[in-house]
Design a protein around this ligand. Structure first.
Ligand code: URA
Length: 226
């Protein structure tokens, strides 16, 4: 068209996480800063940032995907149906919820409307990357010996997953960055498997993974494989 010119669209810049907290800042300062995060568009439709929770220097950190509907409203991770299953799995593995640090790869609820309901949507890689700053800060301050990745999104947030899948790593802990990573199914997956036997099996994988996480506390990741 005369008078117009084609200007190629610039590639969207990768969202820069706000590097607002100095290295010496406490986890509480990081948590406060996370409440102002707009590094990806998810903040606009979420009620609030849902940051991780647990005792200082917990030896086990659990990483989920993103807050769900209940978590978004209440502001705490894993307080809805998936959280209740998670608590059962922890209990069966002999771990108290109050002993572990529980967080998510993505700190805002991603959803789409379906009638009056808000339906969960899986976060995109760019949203996982935008949020990785917060997970890194949590890892740097809690310094857990074992991190349990619950589901594929958590695994992607913790590792370059071009060579591994969740299935490859179930029951096979990974040494990474001076700590262990154990993978389990995400509790929401274990809740929604339609077949009862498969649901039972998925829950068992969760419990076995938690037991493995507990055992690994006594095995430094630097030790050569047994
Ligand atoms: N699912 C998650 O991944 N995290 C939560 O906090 C709740 C449900």
């Amino acid at each position: 068209m005369p008078g117009t010119q084609h200007v190629p669209r610039a590639r969207a810049p990768r969202p820069e996480p706000p590097r607002v907290v100095p290295e010496t800042g406490s986890l509480d300062e990081v948590r406060d800063a996370s409440h102002h995060c707009q590094a990806c568009p998810l903040w606009a439709h979420a009620t609030q940032t849902v940051f991780g929770e647990g005792p200082a220097s917990a030896r086990i950190m659990l990483v989920g995907e993103q807050p769900g509907d209940q978590e978004d409203l209440q502001g705490h991770p894993f307080v809805g149906p998936a959280g209740r299953l998670l608590d059962r799995a922890l209990g069966d593995a002999g771990i108290e919820r109050g002993q572990v640090y529980v967080t998510n790869a993505v700190k805002h609820f991603k959803w789409e409307p379906r009638g009056k309901r808000r339906l969960h949507k899986t976060p995109a890689q760019r949203e996982i990357e935008a949020c990785s700053y917060w997970l890194e800060q949590e890892l740097a301050r809690e310094k857990p010996s074992v991190v349990v990745a619950m589901g594929t999104t958590a695994l992607k947030a913790l590792l370059d997953t071009s060579h591994v899948t969740l299935k490859d790593t179930l029951g096979r802990p990974i040494r990474h960055g001076g700590r262990w990573i154990v993978t389990i199914y995400h509790p929401s997956y274990a809740l929604r498997v339609p077949d009862e036997a498969a649901r039972h099996e998925a829950f068992k994988v969760m419990v076995d993974g938690m037991k493995l996480a507990r055992e690994l506390l006594n095995r430094p990741p630097e030790e050569p494989p047994a």
